[in-house]
Structure formats: structure tokens, C-alpha cells
Design a protein around this ligand. Structure first.
Ligand code: NAP
Length: 475
């Protein structure tokens, strides 16, 4: 398998063990990439696939998986609690949490044993970050599945106090009651998120805070459950369970107010590592796991930047501006950057230095962008930029490439009064557009991950279509 998770046919033979994920939907999961990379790294003949299974088919799916000699399964939303009645055995902690995300084949019992490796993943992330919950005061934002994990972990690690804040108070109260009952942990309480200012008691509190809601998840990157800076002054460590974007608004607010903040990407990685260890009765070292972390981080970064390609007049500049505003991402226009650096207009560069030199400047520009770490970017590219192989390669490393496809007649009507485009200087511009588009189409198709047709759509509609596409690319 290559580092992008592409499985090669020679990877699978008659002795290959199969693991997988059941969920509904499963199309956008990163689990196959993590598990297949682990198998490659360890030289274990094992492959991992995603199975779209509806809730009503869980029993049949588990029976079939056991009969097919499947080594292990992960369960994701909405199956984490629904799989429990179909298990032959369950780990005590998973039973208390009431959620199973890892199923391990048990030959003696003739079925699967359930574990919750989300809690292992969170615990290992905290260990990696050197965050010790013992005797600490903790705030948990949210009371859903991820918050349950955090709350049970805090009780297990003997935190001093747990305060669960949730939009719906009843759900926070119910989780708090469960922690008291199942973990014999007394100092836990529930609060409506809207009442967060009750935490301002004047004492010099220092909390560890787990952000366990989906508020701030891509593409709504500029949102946080609580905006009040005073709340963040209480936080020593902030752990956002979200990992897309890599730096959430919650994390930014924690850092801006003097705290440390981490995202949930290591939790995701280490829940998978823990499952892999259970299936293969092995131990995976931090160094090996961290190699995969780097690939995940790059993938996440890539998933948050968008590059628009397409013929002149396809709307790249206007749509990129709209996207940048809607997604709160930094905007870069390769032509503008080149003009700034060269201190010459595009027409002047073409006239004085030639097209080949301009393409080389585009490559330099993309190399610079690809070296930028952590920025979520919207990039509007020059129409001829994808013609160079190196540029297609670099764009692919930077982000999700979207081809804005536009009919020649539309391009003509949009550009006919624009005399700043050197390539359209011709007696018959429409014919030139038709020819040039024909020449470029294959490169645009090769470079792009997705195509958006722009004819008869306004920039706002095109931007919304793009947001819908990229939102689902990686989850
Ligand atoms: P969930 O069970 O649906 O719970 C969602 C929680 O978010 C609830 O407490 C809900 O409050 C709250 N919430 C939702 N919208 C809100 C809003 N607009 N304002 C305030 N609170 C809001 O979801 P989950 O399974 O816990 O997942 C939560 C997030 O964690 C997701 O983004 C998921 O991707 C992430 N996650 C990450 C990992 C990892 O490995 N890093 C693992 C699991 C989950 P109410 O109760 O009031 O509705």
C-alpha cells in the first residue's frame, strides 16, 4: 500500500487476515488508512475495510463476520451501543461506558468480545502529552458519546472533581449520575452550558477541560461553545476531541488565555492502535505510532485547504474570495503572489520572460505554499498552472483540488471585455478558448479531486457546492 492508503492488488493473498469497520455511513472514515499503514509498517499480512451496515443488520453482520473468519471489527456511529447485545463477552469498562468500538474474535466463545478503545485512545493521548488527571479539577463540555469517554476516564484516573457542562442539562445530569453509580465517584456535578459563569467563584481555579461537542468542527471552524475569554482563563489544559481543523477555535481561545491545548487526532490514532494490538496480540511502540501520526496530520492539513483550478473566467478569483470568507481561511492567489514577488504584471512577465518562465515561477510559488505549516488556505491558481506535472504534484500535497469547469461560451461572455489576459489576444477569442480548453482539459481532470460545473451558477452557489464536497472528504 502506498502512503495515501491506496491498496495494491498484490497486498492480498490467500492468507491475508481481514479486519474492518461497521457503521452507517462509513464512506469517509480514516480507519482503513491507519490500520493498513500499521500492517505495512509491522509486515503483518492483514487488510482493513469499511462495511456499511444498517442498525437492523448488526446481528447478521456479526454472525457473518465470525463465519468469514474476520479477525476483528471496529464499530462506529450509530452502532457503538447497538452491537452490545450481539457480543459473546464484554470488557468491564466498555460495559460501564455502555459503548463498544472494538470487537475482538474469541474462538472459545464462538463470537466477538467488545472493548472501548476510545477511552484507551484518550488515555494514551494524555500520557503522550504528559497530562495527568489524578487529583485535577476537570470540566467536560458535552454529554454525548465522546464526553462519556472523557468522564469515565477522569473518574478512573481519580480526578479531584468533574463538572459536566452541556447545552441540555438533563443529559449532563444523567451522565453525572452514571459516574456516581458505576464508578463510585462522588465529586461530579452537572451544569447547563449557559450557566458557565457560575464557575467564576473568585478562587484561583485551574481546570483541565475536555471539549467534547462537535462545535468548531470543519467547516464551522470559527465556532466555540463558549466565547467568553474569562472562561478560558480558568483552563490550564484544553483537550479538544475534534481534529479537523487541527487547531480549533476552542484551542485558540485556551492558548490565547495562557493555557496549553491539544486536538483529538492522537485519540483517533491511539484508539486504532489499541484495537490493532488487541487483534494481533502485539504492542506498538510510540515511535511507530508517531510515524503514522505524521501522515494523519498531513492528511488533515490537506483536508482543510482548497485549491481552485480551471480556465480563465471560470470564477476562481471570485469564488475563492467567497470561500475564504465563508470558511474563515486565509486567501492566496498564485498570480497575485507572483506579481508581488516579480514586481511585474502577468502580461509583462509573459512578454518579457515568456510562458515557460511564468510556469517556473508558479512552481516556486506552490513550493513556498506547500512549506507553510498549519494554515488553512483557499488558493486561487492561474489557469495554466496545472499544465506542469510538478505543479499537479505540489497542489495535491497542499490541499483538495477542485476543478471549476466552465463552457467556452461562458468563458467568452465573462472575459470578452477584459484585455489583461495575454493568452486571449486573438482575432477570434471564442475559437481560441475552445482550442485552449481542449488542450488543457486532461490536465485539469488529472489534477483535480472533484469537479464543479460553474455555468449558470453564481459565486455563492459554487462556494456552497464546494463546501459540501470538502466537508465530507475526511471525517
Ligand atoms: P454526540 O454523542 O452526538 O454528542 C454531541 C454533544 O455535542 C452533545 O453533548 C450535544 O449537546 C453537543 N452539541 C451539539 N451541538 C451543539 C451546539 N450547537 N451547542 C452546544 N452543544 C452542542 O457526539 P459525539 O459522538 O460525542 O462526538 C462529538 C465530537 O467528538 C464529534 O465531532 C466527533 O467527531 C468527535 N469525536 C472524536 C473522537 C476522536 O477520536 N478524536 C472520537 C469520538 C468523537 P446536547 O446534548 O445538548 O445535544
Amino acid at each position: 500500500m502506498d502512503r495515501n492508503g491506496v491498496i495494491l492488488s498484490r497486498d492480498i493473498d490467500g492468507t491475508t487476515r481481514i479486519c474492518g469497520l461497521i457503521g452507517h455511513p462509513v464512506e469517509h472514515t480514516m480507519s482503513p488508512m491507519i490500520h493498513n499503514l500499521l500492517s505495512d509498517q509491522l509486515g503483518i499480512n492483514e487488510r482493513y475495510a469499511a462495511f456499511n451496515v444498517t442498525s437492523s443488520q448488526i446481528g447478521e453482520a456479526l454472525q457473518g463476520a465470525y463465519a468469514l473468519n474476520i479477525l476483528g471489527l471496529n464499530a462506529t456511529v450509530p452502532h457503538k451501543s447497538l452491537v452490545i447485545p450481539f457480543l459473546k463477552d464484554i470488557d468491564p469498562m466498555a460495559e460501564k461506558i455502555g459503548a463498544v468500538n472494538t470487537l475482538v474474535r474469541d474462538e472459545d466463545k464462538g463470537g466477538f468480545k467488545g472493548y472501548n478503545t476510545d477511552i484507551f485512545g484518550l488515555s494514551r493521548e494524555l500520557l503522550f502529552e504528559n497530562i495527568d488527571l489524578c487529583a485535577k479539577k476537570v470540566i467536560i463540555l458535552g454529554a454525548g458519546g465522546a464526553a462519556r469517554c472523557a468522564a469515565f476516564l477522569c473518574a478512573q484516573k481519580k480526578a479531584e472533581q468533574i463538572i459536566i457542562l452541556n447545552r441540555t442539562l438533563e443529559k449532563a445530569q444523567s451522565l453525572s449520575d452514571e459516574i456516581v453509580r458505576k464508578m463510585d465517584f462522588k465529586n461530579v456535578s452537572a451544569m447547563a452550558t449557559a450557566d458557565y459563569s457560575k464557575l467564576y467563584t473568585g478562587d484561583n481555579h485551574s481546570f483541565i477541560c475536555f471539549q467534547c461537542t462537535q462545535v468548531g468542527l470543519y467547516p464551522n471552524c470559527d465556532e466555540a461553545v463558549i466565547e467568553d475569554e474569562d472562561f478560558y482563563k480558568l483552563i490550564e489544559y484544553g483537550i479538544d476531541i475534534i481534529y479537523r481543523p487541527l487547531e480549533t477555535r476552542f484551542m485558540k481561545l485556551v492558548k490565547a488565555n495562557g493555557g496549553r491545548a491539544v486536538n483529538g487526532l492522537r485519540m483517533l490514532l491511539y484508539q486504532a492502535v489499541s484495537a490493532y494490538e488487541l487483534w494481533n496480540d502485539t504492542q506498538i511502540g510510540t515511535e511507530q505510532a508517531e510515524q503514522i501520526y505524521s501522515i494523519l496530520e498531513q492528511t488533515m492539513q490537506k483536508a482543510s485547504s482548497i485549491i481552485l483550478i480551471g480556465f480563465m473566467g471560470s470564477g476562481k478569483t471570485t469564488v475563492s474570495r467567497v470561500l475564504s470568507k465563508k470558511l474563515g481561511c486565509r486567501l492566496l492567489d498564485t498570480d497575485e503572489e507572483i506579481v508581488k514577488d516579480a514586481n511585474m504584471s502577468v502580461s509583462e512577465i509573459f512578454k518579457q520572460k515568456g510562458e515557460e518562465e511564468f510556469r517556473r515561477l508558479e512552481t516556486d510559488e506552490l513550493s513556498k505554499i506547500s512549506a507553510m505549516n498549519g494554515d488553512r488556505l483557499i488558493i486561487s491558481s492561474g489557469g495554466g498552472l496545472p499544465l506542469r506535472e510538478k505543479n499537479r504534484e505540489l497542489m495535491n500535497q497542499i490541499g483538495t483540488v477542485i476543478y471549476l469547469r466552465t463552457k467556452p461560451e461562458t468563458v467568452y461572455s465573462r472575459t470578452r471585455y477584459d484585455h489583461s489576459r495575454p493568452l486571449l489576444n486573438s482575432d477570434n477569442p471564442l475559437e481560441k478558448i475552445i482550442h485552449m480548453q481542449k488542450d488543457r482539459e486532461a490536465y485539469y481532470l488529472e489534477a483535480s479531486a472533484e469537479i464543479v460545473d460553474t455555468d449558470d451558477k453564481n459565486p455563492d452557489e459554487i462556494a456552497d457546492e464546494i463546501i459540501k464536497i470538502v466537508k465530507d472528504i475526511v471525517v
